[in-house]
Design a protein around this ligand. Sequence first.
Ligand code: ADP
Ligand code: MG
Length: 325
Amino acid sequence: MSELELVSVTKTYGDIIAVNNIDHKFVSGTYSCLLGPSGCGKSSTLRMIAGHEIVTEGEITLGGTNITSLPPASRGTAMMFQNYALFPHLSVVDNVAFSQKMQGIGKDARRSRAMELLELVHMEEYADRIPDQLSGGQQQRVALARSLITEPSILLLDEPLSALDPFLRIKMRLELKKLQRQLGISFIHVTHSQDEALALADDIIVMNNAVIEQSGPPKEVFNEPRSEFVAKFIGGHNVVHTDQGKIAVRTDRIDVKKRKTKKTVSATVRDVEFLGSTINIALSSDEKDELVAAIPDSVFFNQPVEIGDTVFLDWKTEDAHLLAE
Ligand code: ADP
Ligand code: MG
């Protein structure tokens, strides 16, 4: 199969180290998300995989073949660009068929293949329009069909949903996942959205400052963040300073009590936010940690707290994860 492996891959632009000696294996047929804040090196990593950027040091192999220096079209990968990059003067079907035209494939053959791909992304009715006559979401489907016509074993997507409105973003997210399952090829999707990565990925690769901080299935990365950065970036966590070091505790795993028990952290209520089914209580601990407790509404209204109250925080031992320094 076509496992993709990055071996000690580095990318520098002059003095800037965009990607610093990273190693990763992308299991074939999986949906992977490269997740991290702006500037952490996600796009550089993706572009090196695509062959649009020269690898400064290290190696990229696909199915055991060294592809580090191969041109983009000879790698078995395809890239869908953020701005879709459709040809404005070509019809939808001709946009999709373009790479096959370049390969010298006959008009009927390439059009019928392009129509198959347009069906796959539910755009067959729009085959004769030009890109200007389509919405952003529709243009994206065409771009998707165009990148899939080369039958890549890996599809690379750089922030593919960021230009869409929130409603469409969630709809397309489901469709991308469905498409990946249907095709059985690998998708590598760059995003800075935790929600997107958690919802889509079989594997999340969290990047920060040009390195991989942690990788693994969403459930593992979310429940067992290894570092303070991952705990904070993935969201839904508190980082609490204790006598034994820094720990991460999920916001929905913190109990807020009015009375002190044995093992508790005392804190002051800073804010109470009603979110419907949960109430978010913002707290400052005596150790100066800014914390959030997400409490089910029924529990909260049973024993409400107010801004300024002193409270005591507790959690189950198994819900606390020691973080690396
Ligand atoms: P991300 O996609 O995570 O936002 P990038 O891979 O685009 O991050 O960028 C990583 C770092 O490399 C950033 O500091 C960015 O400014 C720098 N960088 C990216 N592309 C170039 C380039 N073509 N020339 C110089 N610096 C670049
Ligand atoms: Mg980027």
